[in-house]
Design a protein around this ligand. Structure first.
Ligand SMILES: Nc1ncnc2c1ncn2[C@@H]1O[C@H](COP(=O)(O)OP(=O)(O)OP(=O)(O)O)[C@@H](O)[C@H]1O
Length: 256
């Protein structure tokens, strides 16, 4: 059992009005992510995945419905350090060292850095960046930058971790390595995780269930449970059951 917070998205709609056109980015979307679970969100471009994350982070507000993180409103949860986020482009500050980047949320939340020294060292070790604490982002590979971004997302020991295509810019081989590492990090951190991805294989490898979204308006189409035991090994990428799930999700994306 875990006492971590889960995510509850209830009947959320978000409409954008602009230049004569109205876009229904999300239409009556409900999703419950139990504490400690790993959910992957997949769907065509423009189906509202990033909008959903922005709402869950308190960066935007729904027109209808509500989102709760462990019972709290998203902004309150973010202010308490209950949520962590890593984006596709890592978004590290180029002039800050790796460890200064990892400590950024502490500065934003006005927490004393000293109290987190051991946590930062543990995270640097967990994401395999020992020896690079004083390096600048420009001195790191793409995969190392993403690992630093994930460490940064975890520095407040968040209950909930949002990942928006964190490995989208990496090549296939590196992405698979990062998937294996992310699984390990997730198992160690125990955070409720919501991953936005375009990679069907990545979604199946990592998630307990894959939520397939449809666009115009953005809605949840199918939810597909992934039955593989953990820890999952890279061999499952060539398992026939894995291929069957890939076909099922590809079909759901095509609206079948
Ligand atoms: N601030 C905004 N103002 C107007 N329209 C917006 C805004 N943000 C998003 N949209 C529209 O809402 C819809 C959903 O966008 P969103 O970025 O959430 O999609 P997505 O599923 O994350 O797409 P992608 O996979 O391409 O990143 C799109 O049609 C987009 O144009």
């Amino acid at each position: 059992m875990t006492d971590r917070a889960g995510i509850r998205i209830s009947r959320v709609s978000r409409v954008f009005e602009g230049r004569g056109a109205t876009v229904q980015a999300l239409d009556d979307v409900s999703l419950e992510c139990p504490a400690g679970s790993f959910t992957a969100l997949i769907g065509p471009s423009g189906c509202g995945k990033s909008t959903m994350l922005r709402l869950a982070l308190g960066l935007d507000h729904p027109n209808d419905g509500e989102i709760r993180i462990g019972g709290l409103e998203p902004l309150a949860a973010a202010r308490q350090g209950l949520t962590g986020v890593a984006f596709q482009d890592a978004a590290l500050m180029p002039w800050r060292t790796v460890e200064d980047n990892i400590m950024l949320p502490l500065d934003v939340l006005d927490k004393k850095r000293g109290a987190f020294r051991a946590k930062v060292d543990e995270l640097v070790d967990m994401v395999g960046l020992s020896g690079f604490e004083k390096a600048l982002p420009g001195e790191l590979s793409g995969g190392m930058r993403q690992r630093a971004a994930i460490a940064r997302a975890l520095v407040t020991t968040p209950d909930v971790l949002f990942l928006d295509e964190p490995f989208g810019a990496l090549d296939q081989i590196l992405r698979r390595q990062m998937n294996i590492e992310l699984q390990r990090i997730w198992m160690e951190s125990n955070a409720t995780t919501l991953l936005v991805t375009h990679g069907i294989d990545e979604a199946i490898f990592l998630a307990d269930r894959v939520v397939v979204m449809q666009s115009r308006p953005g809605r949840i189409g199918q939810v597909i449970d992934i039955p593989f035991a953990r820890p999952r090994q890279s061999a499952i990428f060539s398992d026939p059951q894995f291929h069957a799930l890939e076909a099922e999700i590809a079909g759901a994306l095509d609206g079948h």
